[in-house]
Ligand binder design. Sequence first.
Ligand code: CDV
Length: 311
Amino acid sequence: MGRVITIAAAQLGPVPRAEQRGPVVARMVALMERAARVRATLVVFPELALTSFFPRWAIDDDAELDNFFEASMPGPETQPLFAAARRLGLGLCFGYGELANRAGRLQRFNSSALVGHEGGLIGHYRKVHLPGDREPQPGFEYQHLEKRYFESGDMGFPVWRAFGGVVGMLICNDRRWPEAWRVLGLQGVELVLVGYNTPLRNPEAPEHDPLVRFQHRLVMQAGAYQNATWAVAVAKGGVEEGQPMLADTLIVAPSGEIVAYSKTQGDELVVAECDLDRTQSYKTTIFDFAAHRKPQAYSRITECTGAVPPP
Ligand code: CDV
């Protein structure tokens, strides 16, 4: 029978800049109710699911910026998500802007929450790889100012025993870095949950634009295969505040094969039955890390930091 969980990747269409939490949370609860009807047990939402992707704007006013962040999780406005998880018996993962208060020092992170079937917070992850700039770039059609608004995550890449397996989270740009996947893989991860907001146009390197979808699939499929894990990538799609976003929500098997993907740009559930035991056929053969990895050799390579010697 295996350890089968039915996962619903809940893609979201655009969220306007001025949208309050109420309507977005209502959209998310509606998707959770649909997921429960198809007997899903885990629902995964995108990066910064609760708001518009605000790093596209230069925001100087702290009060305005704070509107995009949650000071507690759950908070009064996100409580309905936790209540729905409990009522429907669903696990939940969603991205949000985290406003943390560490001994009076305010910190902002790009975070993801993991919620159990009983509606309790299992844990959260803070995005490590922050793309873009600190200052607005002259002439760019859209900014990407994650470095301005967030600190880099300070929790490493944790995994949790949850939903009958070993679960980790990455957020958007993290998925392009093999070391993020590998740190999860080395902890025996069996399911990696990834929310993202990937624009279709990159003003810094427009020559990459035709490859956005290809490169997204490339890293998701390679990350899953090389670490013998299921992987779920969930998009914000559509044209959000004039900026076209990649949809292409995916569920990827440990073989690297895409088993389900979105067909629209808007709110959509992408559902697959994921047997966590399928990870074993890779973890015990080609990617049996204990048997085949060679960390001693890798440290020699990292010692070679100088220039290539002359011939
Ligand atoms: N939100 C993101 O991290 N987006 C990046 C873009 C800017 C390249 C991504 O890796 O998809």
